[in-house]
Design a protein around this ligand. Sequence first.
Ligand code: 5CA
Length: 444
Amino acid sequence: MRLSRYFLPVLKETPSEAQIASHRLMLRAGMIKQQAAGIYSWLPLGYKVLKNIERIVHEEQQRAGHIPILMPTLQSADLWRESGRYDDYGQEMLRITDRHGRDMLYGPTNEEMVTDIFRAHVGSYKDLPLTLYHIQWKFRDEIRPRFGVMRGREFFMKDGYTFDLTREDALHAYNRHLVSYLRTYERMGLQAIPMRADGGPIGGDYTHEFLVLAETGESEVFYDSEITDLKFGDREIDYDSVEACQAVLEEFTSRYARTDETHDEELFNEIPEERRRVARGIEVGQIFYFGTKYSEAMGATVQDSDGNKVPVEMGSHGIGVSRLVGALIEANHDDKGIIWPEGVTPFHCGIVNLKQGDDEADAACEALYKALTAAGLEPLYDDRNERAGGKFATMDLIGLPWRITVGPRGLKNGVVELTSRRTGESEELAFEAAVAKVREIYGV
Ligand code: 5CA
């Protein structure tokens, strides 16, 4: 993309309404525009990051054997009356009446709808296990939407639903989700720690939240510092293996890590004092096992091998896709702007032309742009006729992990400059070497 033709409405001033870094930077970098309290338009740069996160979530879900579907945002109130949650959900539910006077709602989650799909089409244990998921907009009329996309009213969520014959199988599905979430967050360059939590309006007494440690997080968390040393890494996991998934769950949940909802001071005090941590975290996902809560209420049964009809065992598993954009920035920024991890960056690298209009510099930038594009990468070429300082400031603000700077002086010596946004370190490289290095970084 050439910046002169792109839509990147960066702001010079720091917006006064934004209280935390990620919200400020998303507004300043022209990623989002607020349309109403807690409701945002995603402008091109923000939309690209959102889509990158969505893509990683899809890939990792499907790697774990989960099946994508798409359910609507609007739901019939009758389904929620069956589960009893139409009344229970309270004021967070946006209720709508259509022209025929029928009660509808904008879905805050989809347990009822997916249970309805299940009961309409599945009747035998032979069709299990089954996991259906979708990535769809949700609406929760939060009393205090704040921190930009972090606590929105409309937000983008991956929600997956597991169906199994037995409690044992349902717990394997739970463990499988825990493993696949660890992998998903790490691919984005994030450490998200599973912590024992509370079921809230979804229900169930077995649930973990995934938290990214950050001072601006809304949750208070208590944990054993050893847990931050755990890495999932690039291990290959057989998601069908009950033992393998159970082993990962045990590895990642055996140390104390809880949100304030389930915190137990006595257990916490059993950790050696120097390892006790009280901190704040951003909840980027949550997994729930709730058994037959919805299937019993809604008559979603399967026939077991003896021919008995039993309510299907269920769990639901969410990832805050739009919240992750904010969480990633909270975890990756400095005073100049955002620093995207390579896994989610909106463009792979920036090209800054120090002297637009200089034949040689223009030609070198064009050639770089072509070479990187031909390799399957997406560079952002700042081809505007602006001062170098302004171009650098924009690149630093929008946070592309790598920048190639091209100027007449370097070209005389046959070199361009490759700079890491994270370390600030630069190296002078011949044109071909710079292209090769960026390709190597992204593995293309
Ligand atoms: N049905 C279950 C799991 S599929 C569910 O709704 N879980 S949840 O309530 O925990 O939401 C899943 C994730 O969505 C949360 O972990 C959080 O990351 C994100 N989320 C929840 N509320 C908001 C909000 N108001 N704004 C942005 N993200 C949110």
